[in-house]
Each structure stands twice: as C-alpha cells, then as structure tokens.
Design a protein around this ligand. Structure first.
Ligand SMILES: NC(=O)C1=CN([C@@H]2O[C@H](COP(=O)(O)OP(=O)(O)OC[C@H]3O[C@@H](n4cnc5c(N)ncnc54)[C@H](O)[C@@H]3O)[C@@H](O)[C@H]2O)[C@@H](O)CC1
Ligand SMILES: [K+]
Length: 476
C-alpha cells in the first residue's frame, strides 16, 4: 500500500525523528537521494548542466546540497537564488564543491536577468527547490518567469519533494505551478503526489527513504501486492454460490450495449454467477453475448444504473438501496440517491459531471477539487464514492480514501464505466467492503486497459475481455 500524509503529519514525524539524530541528518539523507535520482534522470552527471531554482526554505537547502554532490561528480551547477533568505550553509556547500550561485532580479514584475534566461535555456535539467511542504499555492513572479523559460526551451524540471505551487494537502492547483518530469520526495508520499490535478504535475514520483516512522494514512493507494492480498481467490470448498452472485439492473432498450458491457465486466470479476434483470429484448442481447448469464433470483450484491436512460425506476432502485445487499450505483441510477437513508453498503461511481449534480456545484469545481468533493458526497449521502477520472479518488463515509493512479489515458472510452460498474458489483458480491471493492475494481480495470491497449486504442469490450488475464498476472 502506498500511504499519503498531510503536511502536519509529515512535520510531526520529521520532528520526532530529528530529535533523535544529529542536526542536519535528514536534509543530508534527502539531498543524497535527490542527487542520485537527478544523476539517474540525466543518465550521467559528468559535464551535465544543472540549474537549481532556490527559494527561502529547507526545500532550497535540499536542492543546494544535492547540487553540491552533483558538482563534485563533474556537473556544472548554477543556483538561482530567488530569495535573499536562501539556505546559507547549502550555498556555501555548493560553492565549495565548485558550483556557483547567482541572484535573480527579484523583480515583482517577473523580470529576470538575461544571463539567467540563457543559463536556464541551456540547462540539461532544472531543479525546483522553490518551495516544498512549507509552500503556499502559486509561484511568485520571478519564480514563475524562470519556470516559464525552462518550459519554453523544453528543459525538464525535477521537483524537490513537491512541484512548487501545488496545494500539497488537497492536490488542488488553483495557481500557476511547476509541471515536473520527475518528483523526488522524502520520507513518504504526500497527498499531492496521488490526487489530481497535482498528481499529474508531479510526473513519476521517486520516494527517498529518510527513516520516518508513520502510522497508517487515511489516504492510500493500492499496489500490486495489495491486489494479490485482497483478491477473493476460490478454494477447494468453493461453489458458484459461495463465490458470490451479482445481479445487474443495467442497460435499456435505448442503451442495450451498456447491459452487455457491464455484464462482461461482472463476468471478468470473481463471482460464480451473474444474473441479469431487465427488459426481455435487452436480456436476450445479454444472453446472446454471454450465454452463462441467468435471470432473476437471489444475489449477494447489485450493480444498478449504467445505461438505464429513461427506463429508470426510482422507487424500485430505492427499495434495493434500502435492502440488505450492497449496491454499486452508477450513471442514471445515481438519480435515485437521496441523502436521508443509511447507505454505508452503497458504492456510488460518478464521473465529475454526475458528482457535480449530486452536490449542486459546477463540474469544473469538482475537477479542480476532486478529493474535497468526493469526501463531501461520501459524507452527505453516507455512501462510498468512486470519482472516475485519470486518477480515481475513492472516499468512504468514515473518512478513508483510496486513490488509483495506474490508468492509461486510452481508458477514456465509451462503455469503460459500465465495465467498472459490473466489475465492482462482482467484487462486492464476492464479499469485499465497498472501499476495497472500489479500490480493487479501479486497479484491475486500469490494469486490464493497460494490457489491452499496449499504448494503442481500446474499446470497453476489449477492456472487459482483458480482465481475466490482467487479474491472473496480478494474483499468481
Ligand atoms: N523538515 C524536515 O525534517 C525535512 C525537510 N526537508 C525539506 O524541507 C522542506 C520544507 O521546508 P520548509 O519548512 O523550510 O518550507 P519550504 O522550503 O517548503 O518553503 C517555505 C518558505 O517559502 C516561503 N513560501 C511559501 N509559499 C511560497 C510561494 N508560493 N512562493 C515562494 N515562497 C513561498 C515561505 O516564506 C516559507 O518560509 C520539505 O519540502 C523538504 O524538501 C527535507 O530536507 C527532509 C527533512
Ligand atoms: K519543490
């Protein structure tokens, strides 16, 4: 499991550890890991041109000490000091290692000296040591100007700890910020490394161990080993009923394909049996595509809503929401959700537009503040919310969060959500909690898409067809 913490949690773990160690130990550990990561990123240090952007805090200190190490290994290192308060011992270390430091014009208009522009333009890498976990969102004018020059000349930026300008605790990016080609973080992941839009600004995230000791985090992200541990693998005593039976109330005469595709998703999950309940013509189409599907009967969980369109039966859906069996509520089915009942065994799977409607806000607001709105809906409706997107955010009513980051952009295709809804219903029916079903469902769905895509276009049908193979590779 990958754990992501708030700034306050990180600071308290850091100060506990710092109290036990000689002064400066943590910064040296961070700087060593950072220098190694930058060297690997460059594919070699000797002769490389490295420009450091240095703000007023310890984030700049990390960058300066890493710069000193790179300079000792033959890199040409220049630090651009964006603040008169930049880390003095770090500057001294860089200078004694053969690097140099220059001050930016520090002009609030965002003007920077011409020689700084040419330094940035000719760099092999720019290191963002402007701010880390102590930073407020946004970049000051001279920092922004320097970052823009790097972007204009296509120079990759390696962010120290966090890309400067992002909101570390929420993953929001309300102001201009660094877009990194690599982020090197220390001790643990922070929320901005997992939650979009900030997560996308991090690029790949490399974690350097500095010895922090932290309790389990509220925000976590499943890794391959967690998939193996969570997946309900059948055993010698299992039969088709004990493996779980999922009922699907999805698709309509208007959208029969949604039923066929969601069923494929459910069949690609762990259940022993899939039941379809819907209009005769749609049921016939489902059975033609999937002869193993049976009709109404006892189920351990439902998937309701994908492609119901006008055939939405709100009273019937509310009956099922109030019954004992857990429910995945998708797409049109979300219209049946009200905020009065006890729905802790419901997993709602909205995209940003649907979540915006549930909360009475604009879609763009949800997109900008994904974690906040997923949590808000989980609390208001007392359901687990899986907010779909490039990174999936899952919030449970008790405050736990899972983030899924392994999707391929090719997964943004019609019907992909139906596959996910069917798969999550299958996982619920096999006995997983809504939070685990959502996290595992999002991971497997993304893995199947990656396998099917091989960096090319995919359809929802091929994603569903790839679920068994993607699962096999993960659990064996
Ligand atoms: N605390 C620790 O034990 C460790 C900290 N480390 C590094 O220290 C960083 C945190 O250092 P600090 O607490 O000094 O904070 P930062 O270096 O993140 O910067 C905070 C300073 O920047 C200024 N600032 C805030 N927002 C700004 C903005 N948008 N634009 C420009 N300036 C802004 C503030 O005046 C503040 O003093 C971590 O991110 C990490 O890189 C590492 O060395 C590992 C150990
Ligand atoms: K930074």
């Amino acid at each position: 499991m990958r754990h992501a913490y708030t700034v306050e949690q990180v600071r308290s773990a850091e100060s506990e550890l710092m109290a036990k160690l000689p002064d400066g130990t943590l910064m040296q550990r961070a700087a060593t890991g950072l220098a190694v990561a930058i060297g690997n990123f460059l594919g070699g240090t000797y002769g490389a041109r490295v420009v450091l952007l240095i703000g007023s805090g310890d984030n700049g200190g990390d960058a300066l000490y890493a710069g000193a190490r790179l300079a000792r290994r033959g890199a040409h290192v220049t630090a651009i000091l964006l603040s008169p308060k930049a880390h003095e011992p770090g500057i001294a270390a860089l200078r004694s290692a053969g690097g140099r430091s220059v001050t930016s014009a520090g002009d609030i208009s965002g003007e920077i000296y011409d020689d700084i522009v040419s330094e940035l333009a000719g760099a092999d890498v720019v290191v963002d040591g402007i701010v880390g976990i102590g930073g407020r969102p946004g970049l000051r004018p001279d920092a922004l100007a320097a970052v823009r020059v790097a972007e204009q000349y296509g120079v990759p930026i390696v962010a120290v700890d966090t890309p400067s300008g992002v909101d570390v605790d929420s993953g929001e990016t309300p102001e201009p910020h660094v877009n990194a080609a690599l982020t090197v973080t220390f001790g643990t992941h922070k929320i901005c490394h997992l939650v979009d839009p900030a997560a996308s600004a991090c690029g790949p995230v490399h974690l350097v161990d500095i010895g922090l000791d932290l309790p389990p985090a509220l925000v976590q992200s499943l890794q391959a080993a967690d998939v193996r541990a969570l997946y309900p693998v059948p055993h010698g005593e299992s039969d088709k009923y004990s493996r779980g039976v999922v009922g699907l109330m999805v698709g309509s005469t208007e959208y029969p394909g949604a039923a066929v595709i969601a069923t494929a998703g459910a069949l690609g999950g762990p259940v022993g049996m899939v039941r379809y309940v819907g209009p005769d013509a749609v049921a016939a189409a489902v059975r033609e595509a999937h002869p193993e599907v049976v009709g109404a009967g006892r189920v351990q969980a439902w998937t309701i809503g994908s492609g119901l369109g006008e055939e939405l039966d709100v009273p019937r859906i509310r009956e099922l929401l109030d019954a004992d069996e857990p429910v995945v509520l998708d797409a049109d089915g979300l219209k049946a959700l009200d905020d009065s009942g006890d729905h802790v065994d419901v997993l709602a799977t909205p995209h940003a537009g649907e979540l915006a409607r549930l909360l009475g806000v604009d879609r763009s607001t949800v997109e900008a503040e994904r974690l906040k709105h997923a949590r808000m809906a989980a609390e208001r409706y007392d359901v687990t919310v899986l907010l779909k997107g490039a990174t999936t955010v899952i919030a449970s009513p008790d405050g736990e969060v899972r983030v899924n980051t392994n999707a391929t952009p090719w997964l943004a295709t019609a019907g992909a959500g139906d596959v996910l809804a069917g798969l999550c219903g299958s996982l619920l029916a096999a006995g997983l909690t809504p939070l685990d079903a959502a996290a595992l469902g999002a991971y497997l769905h993304a893995s199947a898409a990656t396998l099917a895509s091989a960096n090319g276009p995919i359809t929802a049908t091929t994603v569903a067809q790839s679920l068994p193979e993607a699962t096999r590779r993960l659990i064996t």
